[in-house]
Design a protein around this ligand. Structure first.
Ligand SMILES: *[C@@H]1O[C@H](CO)[C@@H](O)[C@H](O)[C@H]1NC(C)=O
Ligand SMILES: *[C@@H]1O[C@H](CO)[C@@H](O)[C@H](O)[C@H]1NC(C)=O
Length: 345
């Protein structure tokens, strides 16, 4: 277990700028969630700041969009660090957060996060626009993300969408919140599929969104901390799960380590980097995920941020945000040095 340097605080302290942004985001997203389980996407246009792709390098990173399947609006944005042209680079396939309901790769916040990963690691980043709930329910999100891996595994698609120096044998699946849930499950699914050139070398699960029927201690104790509340997560899981009988929050996609958990002891899951925040109401679920991976014999590294709330790392003004990106860089380098790197031509 690895901890960060500052001692734990008894209450969350954030700069006022971050607090105000978080309150505005929460107020608008709450207002968009209707009681009948549908979403008012027009309200969301109030906070809908988008970034276009930039074919010219800005701050050392160029980006472009690639369509996978027009009919379901499945596309991804590729970020290329332009100052590393001759170097063999890992590929980070990134899944954004937002409770499976909100946001997209071109959202201002996520575009900025992916640019930082591309520049700092450095890596070629592929940020996936998966379909959102409740308009599209599970397994639409997981299918879309997995289909992007299959798309990239095709040589013709790969050569058209990624730069020559992107090494798919060093492919990392990363995401935060709902994206962390996707990273785990898509990696698990990838273990049962024969890719021709792609290899999932590691998983980066940043404050992954898991849950269950039970109310955990952290959900109760940390009620009132930013972003996550039981009221919001209940609404999101309801929007996410398929309609009909027999589905509840103990679904194995949600309560990964719960009573319906899949036995992964024989699954060759790659090493997992797990990030947990002390003021994130989801942290009990995330720690159970950690214990479950360990019990199943998997390689997992826990990074605890005792003073941070859910989604902290999207705020570049927090020093912990930069620290997390540096830890992702270290993880990718460490795992890469153990991966047998050959280029398939
Ligand atoms: C939910 O409520 C909205 C707004 O009141 C309405 O337009 C919509 O048709 C309702 N949908 C369902 C499925 O009940
Ligand atoms: C969810 O999983 C945990 C194990 O991590 C289990 O203790 C719990 O009973 C499950 N279901 C509920 C009701 O939350």
């Amino acid at each position: 277990m690895e901890a960060t340097s500052k001692p734990p605080q008894s209450s969350l302290s954030l700069p006022w700028k971050t607090r105000i942004t978080l309150s505005i985001l929460s107020a608008v997203t709450d207002a968009s969630c209707r009681k009948n389980g549908t979403i008012n996407r027009r309200i969301l246009t109030l906070i809908d700041f988008r970034s276009p792709p930039t074919s010219k390098s800005i701050n050392g990173v160029a980006s472009h969009d690639v369509v996978v399947d027009e009919t379901r609006k499945l596309w991804f944005r590729v970020y290329v660090p332009t100052q590393h042209a001759g170097e063999d680079l890992p590929v980070i396939v990134f899944f954004h957060g937002g409770g499976f309901v909100f946001l997209s790769p071109d959202a201002f916040t996520y575009d900025a996060v992916c640019r930082r990963f591309a520049r700092k690691v450095p890596a070629v980043v592929v940020s996936v626009n998966y379909r959102l709930a409740p308009e599209h329910r599970y397994p639409a999100q997981h299918d879309d993300c997995f289909d992007v891996l299959k798309f990239l595994d095709d040589e013709e698609n790969r050569s058209k969408s990624l730069p020559e120096n992107a090494n798919l044998l060093r492919c990392f699946l990363a995401g935060d919140s709902a994206g962390g849930n996707l990273a785990h499950h898509v990696a698990q699914r990838a273990c049962e599929f024969n890719f021709r050139q792609l290899k999932v070398a590691g998983v980066v699960a940043i404050q992954p969104f898991f849950g269950g029927e039970e109310r955990t201690d952290s959900e109760t104790r940390l009620a009132g901390t930013p972003v996550v509340s039981v009221k919001r997560t209940d609404w999101m899981w309801k929007a996410f799960l398929p309609e009909g009988e027999g589905f509840n929050r103990d679904h194995p996609i949600i309560n990964v380590s719960g009573p319906q958990a899949v036995d992964i002891s024989e699954v060759k899951l790659p090493p997992v980097m797990l990030v947990v925040g002390g003021f994130d109401a989801l942290n009990d679920w995330q720690k159970r995920y950690y214990e479950w991976l360990k019990k199943s014999g998997k390689e997992v590294y826990l990074f605890e941020y005792p003073n941070m709330c859910h989604a902290f790392y999207i705020f570049p003004e927090l020093p912990e945000s930069g620290q997390l990106i540096a830890q992702v860089k270290d993880f990718i380098e460490k795992i890469s040095s153990n991966v047998y790197i050959v280029r398939i031509k």
